[in-house]
Design a protein around this ligand. Sequence first.
Ligand code: AMP
Ligand code: MG
Length: 347
Amino acid sequence: MFGKIVRKIILFTAASASFICISCSSPALKSREAEASFIAMDTIMSITCYGKESADAVSAAKEEILRLDNLLSAESENSEVSLINSAGSGVLSEDGRKLMDFSLDIFSKTDGAFDVTVYPVMKLWGFTEGKLNVPTKSELNEVLNYCNSDNIRFDRDSGEIVLSDGQGIDFGGIAKGYASDRLMEIFEAYDIDSAIVTLGGNIQTYHTKPDGSEWNVAIRNPFDDAEEYVGSLRVSNLAVVTSGAYERFFVDEASGKTYHHIIDPSTGYPADKGIASVTIVSSSGILADALSTACYVMGIDNSIKYWHNKDDFDFIIVTSDREVYITKNISKKFTPSDSFNNVHIVQ
Ligand code: AMP
Ligand code: MG
């Protein structure tokens, strides 16, 4: 009865084009370059490193992603998260503790817009198992009772976590950001000169490009039209994380309506605050990831208010009517595409 899930997990970096040029034009650099592309965390990942130990760094990075995927996936039966979800309690590993601690902090800072206990709602919509359907209001109201991070009991030191009845946790909104931060630590340990990683919609850059210039990261156009990108942003040592409805959605054939995977925890429905995509730029991958999801839920006005009280991130928000809002600190680094010329600088 309902439409199939449509996954579009394509986020390109304009930098990829530059990589090819750099490595082709310089055999010395090519010999120091290593790359890997693979599927993990339900998306396409690619890692590119430059440095003497680039091959070892790339394989350590890939191993780390696979380790975290096994630990954190709410969909694979034996992951730490799944075991806690089915038992209702357990002891989180060091990675799990960091993620939970961070999640609870962002939950309170965003007034619940980011909430890891969204899992039962994701499940009801069928996003976890691919059995997509539009729930009834009463079904949603029932699972919304379980969706509230305030009801988790968590001890940071021991890692002990106790969920309340019916609750479940889902780190899907921050796992990739946490993973990309870990990769930066690996690059540091291998004394890598330059690196860029693309984990689905999460991009994180390590240092500058090998030639010393900034990476040029393209922001994907969230609309289904001929323009490929909203624009491109020059960065170094930063994460650039985009959340958009286009990443994971389905069309309900009965009504023709589209439903996506970023849930507003106050309603249980896909967030619908007039936003097409949110890109967060920060030196912290996990923060960028959490806020890309949270700002999508909060809408433009609350995202601007939130940004005014913080100094650890910037954003590029594209609204459903193609307006682009960019915070002043990064506005000079951004080049919009022709069909996204309605750019507002947020002061
Ligand atoms: P992202 O693509 O980073 O915006 O994350 C979306 C994923 O985060 C979804 O697939 C869910 O696993 C999870 N999620 C959805 N809505 C929320 C929310 N309001 N708070 C926290 N996690 C969420
Ligand atoms: Mg996110």
